[in-house]
Design a protein. Structure first.
Length: 205
């Protein structure tokens, strides 16, 4: 199981929410329930481990609309659609938009738990990746403006003398800024520096 992970059940059917919550809690999961997509957005959990069990057709904000909103917010909680109104086309649309799975109501206990465990494992990976990226962003933000300039040119393959010419300074100064940047970023090779730049999208700028 997942300890601190929470299954967020978003469904406008009160009896379904209650029965699903009881089933999940009896099986060792923590749950939170919401009567609508709007209610979930109002209480949007940030940085929390878990996943979302989402109905497709609800009063107010529909399932696809909520999914779209969550994508825009950078949500890393995997979404599992659980609906009595789905078809192949809806399932394809949901998966293409990033949903982890699209399950019919009623769903077997085995299929549900298998899907939940897969989604929670994915969430762990996504949160770890997000934390690594945030740590890298913090390190890059710690660079002085000149160190950042030098780093940006270094990862694009510019030589020290080329950077010195472009920035109007000496090769010796560039070497000092380059080493300071490498030390702050805790990298020991050009390849590691390029990897950080790539993961932060700096090379696409």
């Amino acid at each position: 199981m997942t300890g601190a992970a929470v299954i967020h059940v978003v469904d406008d059917d009160v009896s379904f929410r209650s029965s699903m919550s009881r089933l999940l809690q009896a099986s060792g999961y923590q749950t939170e329930v919401y009567e609508s997509g709007d209610a979930f957005l109002d209480a949007l959990p940030v940085g929390e481990a878990g996943c979302i069990l989402l109905d497709l057709q609800m009063a107010g904000l529909q399932g696809f609309e909520l999914q779209e909103r969550l994508v825009k917010t950078g949500n890393v909680l995997p979404i599992i659609f659980l609906t009595a109104h789905g078809d192949i086309g809806a399932g394809v649309k949901a998966i293409k938009a990033g949903a982890e799975d699209f399950l019919p109501k009623p769903v077997s206990r085995e299929a549900l738990f298998e899907c939940l465990d897969r989604a929670l494992a994915l969430n762990v990976q996504q949160r770890q990746q997000r934390d690594r990226l945030n740590a890298m962003r913090s390190l890059v933000a710690s660079l002085t403006p000149r160190e950042a300039e030098v780093f940006a040119l270094v990862v694009r393959g510019k030589l020290n003398k080329q950077i010195a010419h472009e920035l109007g300074t000496t090769v010796r100064t560039i070497k000092a800024h380059r080493q300071a940047a490498m030390d702050k970023l805790d990298v020991r090779s050009f390849a590691e520096a390029v990897s950080i730049a790539e993961r932060l999208g700096m090379l696409a700028q």
